[in-house]
Design a protein around this ligand. Structure first.
Ligand code: ADP
Ligand code: ZN
Ligand code: ZN
Length: 661
């Protein structure tokens, strides 16, 4: 009787064998229901990954599968191989990878029933004549046969999206399918509308975790069965099966949201490159501020660099200047220069944006009499003051409490919020400019996609004079009347412990600055800082991404950081720190026996946020100049970690290519 090997969503790396008398080789890739657990009570859905004649399982343990679900085409070999790659590379069980890659409905063994109504086709948009650099980029992408990674580098508004659309048009013309990945926050109705308007006859599927189950199920089936022409989605969409896939685009490829921070800790950008290589097709990575990894590959010739040097519409770049705050008196954190600029902009009837990447009213509430501060009792973090609804909130675990009327320790009634967040800035600006319409945009005010869209609509209808917001405001939106961007509170990132902090700051400021002066009106950016001569700000003022990136890469080379080394973190969470550290110390001893010359293991240390939700957290860094050496080490090490039983209450995971240290 034939045996099927089934990948199940369990924290165990190996597939499970079942008897299936009706199985044929064509069943590989089908979903299958199998009994699981003691007795025959439990059942689970898995995917047939192989057919076998023999098994190591003792005959009495081998149980028959319940049902092979042949109600949709089998998941193709390329899809299974991509999942298998992720399982190997990220040290994650294959069944868990496949479960993540399937939409929830199919994962539960069902198929979507009624097809949701398709949105009305968008009116076809005008197609602009390409500028010479755009035309060269489109031609380069089109001429390629086979796998090639293109890095499309161009500031916001330089016409990258136009290049993607043309490259996609070429692929559709040849009967192929295209996949376009964008960061979560960039997948707006605006973008979907722009893509559908350009391809009125194409079947465009959007894919992200917020889409209702039935629609997601249909999207997946349309992709798998070849009906979809374009899949536009967030990182999860990298796993959409597309039998005629001929082009992948990753927009804002530097965006941290492409890296999943839980479960399968994959980078959708990196997996997309692997997929393009597997299928031998071109992939375009686009950004105004490419990740240093990608920029390094382009400099070394592994990626082909395509540059768009100027804006497609507004011809001038915003003027970027720093405001030295060392000797100036600030009013609620704002300098005279910035307040004057806001007043001027308001008087001209134009829009301003003040960027502060910290939401809430103030980062902490404190008692000046006894030194009490508002701390989260579950995390090693402060509770943030939210004055809008008079709550204290932990931004890490969500714990909430009312704002106390007096100090819980000494009874002092004069307790004060310290520092400043977007709400405080908003209320100061409302006092200072009572005639202005002020709109705050952060995760609190834009807590749902609907509210976020409503805020965007207000901005577009000219319903706001001054925007106050976090990085939510930085991404991919056209604000035609926005001419002034003020940046406050950015200095902290210059000296942060995470070596990627300057890269993130540069890219955020570049993006937020790029919001200004996108139409006919010239824009300007004022950055308040105590370090006006810092190379990062100077590079920003000179619109010199290349200079900044080269400087950073030099520092990373000297320090041996990525992309000059490859990293993996082993993290452990436990009730107490000693237990977490002891587990890591033992893992380290086990690892040292396996690591050759090329792989280094560091000492276990508490994480920067050392306690989260009452769990103490520690980590151990593994590093190697050689990716294959690191991969070989991780395979053996993770097997040895799985083999030993972790102490009760302790959880661990590996994070390959971690983005946050
Ligand atoms: P990016 O993706 O780099 O931010 P877009 O492709 O969105 O840039 O282009 C910015 C703006 O310029 C859009 O409004 C777009 O329609 C317009 N645009 C792009 N390319 C051209 C072109 N060749 N001629 C005229 N307008 C263009
Ligand atoms: Zn007190
Ligand atoms: Zn907390």
């Amino acid at each position: 009787m034939p045996v099927i090997r089934v990948a199940l969503d369990l924290p165990l790396p190996q597939p499970f064998d079942y008897l299936a008398d009706d199985a044929t080789p064509d069943d590989v890739g089908h979903r299958v229901l199998v009994p699981f657990g003691p007795g025959d009570k439990g059942r689970k859905l898995g995917i047939v990954v192989a057919l076998a004649d023999t098994t190591d399982q003792p005959a009495e343990k081998l149980r028959p599968a319940l049902e092979i679900l042949r109600d949709m085409p089998p998941l193709p070999a390329t899809w299974r191989e991509l999942c298998a790659f992720c399982a190997r590379y990220y040290q994650h069980p294959l069944g868990a990878v496949m479960a993540l890659a399937l939409p929830p409905l199919l994962r539960k063994g069902r198929l979507p029933r009624r097809r949701p109504k398709a949105p009305a086709p968008a009116p076809a948009g005008a197609i602009p004549e390409l500028l010479p650099e755009q035309a060269a980029a489109v031609a380069a992408i089109g001429e390629g046969r086979g796998f090639r990674t293109y890095l499309l580098h161009g500031i916001t508004g330089s016409g990258k999206t136009e290049v993607y659309l043309r490259a996609i048009a070429q692929v559709l013309q040849g009967g192929g399918q295209a996949l376009m990945l964008v960061p979560e926050i960039a997948l707006t109705p605006q973008l979907i509308g722009r893509v559908s308007a350009r391809f009125p006859d194409a079947h465009v599927v959007t894919a992200h975790s917020g889409i209702p189950e039935a629609a997601r199920g249909w999207g997946f089936l349309d992709a798998l069965e070849g009906r979809a022409d374009i899949v536009l989605g967030t990182r999860l969409a990298v796993f959409m099966p597309l039998p005629r896939l001929r082009l992948i685009v990753v927009d804002e490829e530097h965006d941290p949201s492409f890296k999943q921070q839980e479960g399968l800790r994959y980078s959708a950008r990196d997996v997309a490159v692997v997929r393009a290589k597997q299928l031998d097709i071109p992939i375009v990575l686009g950004s105004a501020t490419p990740s240093l990894e990608s920029f390094h590959h382009a400099a070394g010739g592994r990626y082909r660099l395509l540059e768009l040097q100027r804006r497609a519409v507004a011809e001038r770049l915003p003027a970027v200047a720093t405001v030295d705050t060392r000797r100036k008196k600030l009013r609620d954190g704002l300098s005279e220069a910035l307040i004057d600029a806001l007043a001027d902009t308001l008087a001209r009837g134009e829009q301003s944006l003040v960027f502060l990447n910290r939401r809430g009213y103030a980062p902490v509430l404190a008692c000046p009499a006894c030194g009490w501060i508002s701390r989260c009792r579950r995390c090693a973090a402060n509770l943030v003051v939210h004055l809008a609804d008079r709550r204290l909130r932990c931004h890490h675990c969500g714990l909430e409490a009312p704002i106390p009327r007096h100090c819980p320790d000494c009874g002092n009634q004069d307790i004060q919020p310290f520092g400043r967040g977007t709400q405080r800035l908003e209320s100061f600006l409302a006092d200072r400019f009572p005639e202005a319409r002020i709109l705050r945009i952060d995760r609190d005010s834009a807590s749902t996609p609907g509210r976020w869209q409503a805020l965007l609509d207000t901005i577009h209808e000219g319903g706001a004079d001054i925007l106050v917001g976090t990085q939510m405001l930085a991404k991919g939106h056209d604000f035609p009347r926005l001419t002034l961007v003020g940046v406050v509170g950015a200095d902290a990132a210059l000296f942060a412990a995470d070596f990627r902090a300057p890269e993130r700051l540069f890219s955020q400021l570049m993006q937020v600055g790029g919001r200004s002066g996108r139409a006919a009106l010239p824009g300007r950016v004022l950055i308040q800082t105590e370090y006006p001569d810092h190379p990062l700000y100077r590079a920003l003022a000179g619109h010199d991404y290349g200079g900044f990136a080269r400087g950073q890469l030099e520092e990373r080379r000297a320090a041996g950081f990525p992309p000059f080394s490859h990293q993996c973190l082993l993290r452990a969470e436990a009730r107490d720190m000693a237990q977490a550290l002891a587990f890591l110390a033992e893992a380290r001893r086990a690892g040292e026996g396996l690591a050759g010359e090329a792989v280094g293991l560091y000492d276990p240390v508490p994480m920067r946020l050392a306690r989260l939700m009452n769990l103490e957290r520690a980590q151990l860094l593994v590093e190697s100049a050689s990716r294959p050496a690191l991969q070989a080490f991780l395979a053996g090490w993770s097997a040895s970690l799985h083999a030993r039983k972790a102490p009760a209450g302790l959880r661990w995971h590996l994070d390959v290519d971690p983005q946050e240290l």
